[in-house]
Design a protein around this ligand. Structure first.
Ligand SMILES: NC(=O)c1ccc[n+]([C@@H]2O[C@H](COP(=O)([O-])OP(=O)(O)OC[C@H]3O[C@@H](n4cnc5c(N)ncnc54)[C@H](O)[C@@H]3O)[C@@H](O)[C@H]2O)c1
Length: 470
């Protein structure tokens, strides 16, 4: 029997699953000598270039719309065929925006049951990510899941396991790492441009109701127009509350707070550029300072994450901050600081500043030299001159190199292009696969645990396991 496109896709999945054994992939991990607990399936067979990849979006809220548009922009061979959402107004809006023939439903299982859908975009609140991802992989779908990959640390390994068994392609949605600035920063760090990294700081402050997640609630929100029972999923049963439905980030039952929403982007970027696997010790402090509107998550959070020395990098500290009530000046940036310079991310580009100390320490000015008796000063200078010839006293001039991402760069579409390229190849080698994504998600979830339980959290970034104490 001549293979059809469907049987062909099914066959390469089976081949992928069969091949999913030991191996090392990813330049950073390979350099670190760390074996991934699975293999990356590369370049099996290509899907015919004439075949369209048929996608469906599950969760068509704010990011569901942006993701779907980016997916369609990323490749002309991609077609949206179905959407699931729990608010009727959003399903109606799908018909207005994406076309009246798009199949819509409140029940995502109807989408997973369809044989003509190759990939699903999971863009629901965080508490649904693991459930729908595992069901989708089991149903043979390729998965693009929004960040953070999971709602709780103990859900991560089962998602990885489901992915590994399925042989399907999966990408998690921290799209910034598909931008030129991150690629360039990684190149600079790999080239040793800033020496040994010892400190990273990143902040993401805001000042405004929408920035603090108080999104608009439609006037027709009610138990009739919103599928409240399904929205709750595995969360505690509470009566319908439009604020919880449309502003779910404000509640731990459905969201992951500022850490899961924003720190995760920062950590993902840092892991990408440094090839780090993650921190070992995590501590947070925070408060609910301003947005006392019933939310149960902090609006100010500061976390310190300690990264151990590996074969790729020295030990370093990372300090992350979000302040949703910053009425002062806001300058959000990420600085990666090393012993020979720093890389600063500023919007669309980066600035590399190279600064190297001379060998000679110098003397004089604010120093103890002047407090010595004259004869001792003379002896000091004599010894200093003998020890430090002129060429050890010169510092290299400070150099600043600016890198701007190309004007029309579309990192969101690039992230999807990477996903679809791997779907076509039948490969699991996406830029943000579930192992990479869990290594970014777990530390942010640990930031929350540290804040809520007022304790230090210990994490094994290689085995991806939480520890009682090291
Ligand atoms: N990558 C990024 O830059 C980025 C940006 C924003 C949001 N996100 C992520 O995207 C996800 C969605 O965020 P959002 O701002 O779009 O939220 P949103 O509230 O605007 O949309 C979520 C939608 O999911 C629907 N939904 C909930 N449970 C569902 C289920 N079981 N089946 C089908 N639909 C369901 C809701 O009806 C809602 O319309 C979150 O995980 C968030 O962290 C990522």
């Amino acid at each position: 029997m001549k293979p059809t496109r469907r049987t062909f896709l099914k066959n390469i999945s089976a081949a992928s699953a069969a091949l999913a054994t030991a191996g090392v992939a990813g330049t950073g991990l390979a350099k670190a000598g760390v074996a991934r607990p699975f293999s990356i399936i590369r370049d099996l067979k290509k899907v015919s270039p004439n075949d369209k990849i048929r996608i469906a979006t599950i969760g068509m809220g704010i990011q569901g719309n942006f993701d779907t548009q980016a997916a369609l922009r990323s490749s002309p061979d991609t077609e949206l065929v179905a959407v699931a959402d729990l608010y009727d107004g959003r399903l109606q809006r799908v018909k207005e925006t994406f076309g009246k023939d798009i199949f819509t439903t409140r029940d995502y299982r109807e989408i997973l049951a369809r044989k003509d859908i190759d990939a699903v975009l999971i863009v629901t609140p965080d508490h649904w990510h693991d459930h729908i991802t595992k069901e989708a992989l089991k149903a043979g779908k390729n998965v693009y899941c929004e960040k953070p990959m999971v709602h709780h640390i103990d859900e991560g390994l089962s998602v990885i396991d489901a992915w590994k068994k399925s042989g399907k392609t999966m990408q998690v949605g921290s799209q910034r790492i598909s931008g030129a600035a991150h690629r360039e920063a990684k190149r600079m760090i790999d080239a040793g441009d800033i020496g040994a990294i010892n400190y990273i700081e990143s902040n993401n402050d805001r000042f405004g109701a929408i920035g603090a997640w108080n999104y608009s609630i439609p006037p027709d929100a009610s138990p009739a127009t919103c599928d409240w029972e399904r929205f709750l999923g595995d969360a505690p049963k509470v009566p319908f509350d439009a604020k919880r439905f449309f502003r779910w980030r404000n509640y731990r039952d459905y969201g992951t707070g500022v850490a899961g929403d924003l720190f995760v982007h920062l950590i993902t970027g840092v892991h990408f550029v440094t090839s780090s696997l993650g921190p070992e010790r995590i501590f947070s402090s925070g408060e609910l300072s301003y947005w006392k509107d019933g939310r149960d998550v902090p609006d100010v959070l500061v976390s310190i994450l300690e990264y151990p020395k590996t074969s790729i990098h020295e030990k370093f500290q990372m300090v992350l901050r979000v302040n949703f009530a910053n009425a002062g000046s806001i300058k959000n940036n990420t600085r990666i600081i090393g012993t020979e310079g720093q890389i600063e991310f500023d919007g669309s580009g980066i600035v590399l500043t190279k600064k190297k100390l001379p060998v000679a320490p110098g003397y004089g000015n604010y120093d103890s030299f002047f407090t010595f008796p004259e004869a001792t000063q003379k002896e000091f200078v004599k010894q200093y001159d003998a020890q430090y010839p002129p060429d050890t006293r010169k510092a290299d001039p400070v150099k600043e190199i600016k890198f701007s991402a190309p004007d029309k760069e579309d990192e969101h579409a690039n992230h999807f292009a990477n996903f679809f390229e791997n779907v076509r190849k039948g490969s699991q080698g996406t830029i943000e696969d579930p192992v990479f994504a869990f290594r970014a998600a777990a530390p942010v979830l640990a930031c929350n645990e540290s804040y809520f339980d007022q304790k230090t959290v210990y994490w094994d970034p290689v085995a991806m396991k939480q520890l009682k104490k090291k």
